[in-house]
Design a protein around this ligand. Structure first.
Ligand SMILES: N=c1c2ncn([C@@H]3O[C@H](COP(=O)(O)OP(=O)(O)OP(=O)(O)O)[C@@H](O)[C@H]3O)c2ncn1[C@@H]1O[C@H](COP(=O)(O)O)[C@@H](O)[C@H]1O
Length: 96
């Protein structure tokens, strides 16, 4: 069983791609070029959200599509400089 530490690990890689860009998918998304980085990431989130809806309706690939949506949302948070702990604290604060 994989534990949730994988999310922290991936987050750390994304912060590294932001701070020390290489030729990779996430570094490219976080770089301003012909399109602004933020717009590229937001566009991906829109696409992935639509794919989650389709996957759910068709009962097909829901886990994969949800992972894509969550991944690109994490990428946005990284790009905006939000620490993972802020997200985790927000969930913890909502816990009743
Ligand atoms: N978890 C992911 C991950 N999930 C999804 N994706 C990418 O997100 C994209 C999903 O977009 P689509 O489903 O629209 O597929 P696509 O048609 O290939 O999309 P486009 O590339 O054309 O936009 C694909 O290119 C996937 O490869 C991811 N890319 C990277 N990671 C993690 O991020 C880390 C850093 O990635 P790199 O920047 O590639 O090193 C990796 O080590 C992984 O742990």
């Amino acid at each position: 069983m994989v534990d949730e530490g994988i999310l922290r690990e991936v987050y750390r890689v994304l912060e590294d791609r932001r701070d020390r860009p290489i030729d990779s998918y996430t570094s490219r998304l976080m770089r301003d070029d012909d399109k602004r980085a933020e717009d590229k990431i937001l566009e991906k989130i829109g696409e992935e959200a639509a794919e989650v809806i389709i996957a759910s309706k068709n009962d097909e690939n829901l886990v994969e599509e949800a992972a894509d949506l969550i991944f690109h949302t994490l990428l946005l948070l990284v790009y905006k400089g939000v620490p993972l702990d802020s997200l985790l604290e927000e969930f913890a604060a909502r816990r009743k």
